[in-house]
Ligand binder design. Structure first.
Ligand SMILES: Cc1cc2nc3c(=O)[nH]c(=O)nc-3n(C[C@H](O)[C@H](O)[C@H](O)COP(=O)(O)O)c2cc1C
Length: 363
């Protein structure tokens, strides 16, 4: 059997074309370590670390997740921990920094910290190779490449992909509307989005939104992508940093059981439960134009975290907790280790790709 290998493996010098998506509100430190050691690109998530800097986020009990350190120190410690605990495999990892307008002061702080961490330690410089920006304007961030980082940016449309290409990013992550957490105003799903973006730009494209196994990895490659970024699938793994009720909810829900409502910056996809239904009711009450697209005022898009129930999440109340996840929740029924997951995704993708030509192409 041939071995699966793509341009993403060459670019990142990793054995698999799989990215573990950045996922707040946690640091995803344990997940990043497990993914990196298993041959994927592990990602540290910074969005939750920013909570203490944002007045809107004051009700989020960030200290319970992150302790008393200031955000830049939290990130620095996380980088050091991931570097240390992946030392033996020498894997490659990155940091995700959302760059939406509401988070810009935090985004600048985190990008600076990533650069400083690399400059200060040659081991970190060698292995913290990737910055993934998301949820905002790519244009101001091109300089990160001058510091030796591979820069990827997440986009929800062809329009935004062209903008990311003009900004000079190395890889575009095309993220379909079925994905978990932040989604675009306009519902364009991966099946349409990924090949459209691949055709529209010269920059290599990674597919995100709805990918969870070897079949979907093979599909992404058929659509012209060089790899996949998975979020929801990685939550339901033994090592993931997420609360047990969040993992269990992903195992329990079927594909129809997600909802899009007002999120931290624009729309977000949540697991459907009573709390998410209430959030949709609040969304319609507070921002009647929400589902009609971007003409709403940006401050109307910001979720009231206290009303939203993040504290209840940490208190383990299944009906009250707000939990982000993608539609792919309906395809996830097991809780493997990250290594088992990655091994099975790759071997299934290899079988699917091998079978396709023999099964469907007749000479
Ligand atoms: C719980 C959760 C939190 C997320 N948080 C972030 C984040 O902080 N930054 C980001 O760029 N993407 C975030 N995402 C999106 C993922 O990185 C990934 O692109 C997405 O989950 C892919 O779709 P999938 O859920 O169908 O795999 C989040 C997704 C989930 C499910």
């Amino acid at each position: 059997m041939t071995r699966l290998h793509t341009e993403l493996c060459d670019l990142l010098e990793i054995p698999t074309p799989i990215i573990q998506g950045g996922m707040g509100p946690y640091k995803t430190e344990d997940l990043a370590i497990a993914a990196t050691n298993a041959g994927a690109l592990g990602m540290i998530s910074s969005i939750g670390m920013a909570a203490t800097l944002l007045p809107e986020a004051a009700p989020l009990d960030a200290k319970r997740i992150f302790g008393d350190d200031p955000p830049a120190i939290i990130l620095q410690k996380s980088i050091e921990t991931v570097a240390k605990r992946t030392q033996s495999t020498g894997g490659i990892f990155g940091v995700n920094v959302p760059v939406s307008a509401e988070f810009l002061p935090a985004s600048e702080l985190f990008v600076k910290q990533v650069i400083e961490a690399r400059n200060a330690d040659s081991n970190i410089e060698k292995r913290l190779r990737v910055l993934i920006t998301s949820a905002g304007n790519p244009t101001p961030w091109g300089d990160v490449k001058k510091h030796g980082l591979i820069w990827m940016h997440v986009v929800p449309s062809v329009y935004h992909a062209k903008k990311a290409e003009r900004a000079g990013c190395d890889v575009i992550i095309a993220s379909g509307h079925e994905g978990g957490a932040h989604v675009s105003w306009e519902p364009v799903h991966s099946m349409v989005l990924v090949p459209a973006v691949v055709r529209a730009v010269q920059t290599p494209v990674v597919a995100a939104g709805g990918f969870c196994d070897g079949q979907t990895l093979a599909a992404a490659l058929c659509l012209g992508a060089i790899g996949i970024q998975m979020g929801t699938r990685f939550i339901a793994t033994k090592e993931s940093d997420f609360e047990p009720i969040w993992k269990q909810a992903i195992l329990d829900r079927e594909e129809r059981q997600t909802l899009v409502g007002r999120g931290l910056f624009g729309p977000m996809r949540f697991l459907r439960n009573r709390r998410a239904e209430m959030l949709v009711e609040q969304t319609l009450e507070d921002v009647p134009n929400f589902y009609l697209g971007s003409p709403v005022e940006s401050n109307e898009t910001i979720l009231d975290l206290e009303r939203a129930g993040f504290l209840d999440l940490l208190d383990q109340k299944m009906d009250k907790a707000l939990m982000f996840a993608g539609e792919v929740t309906g395809r996830i029924q097991d809780l493997p280790t990250v290594s088992e997951l990655i091994t099975s995704v790759i071997s299934e993708a290899e079988s699917v790709l091998n079978e396709l030509s023999t099964k469907f192409l007749k000479s």
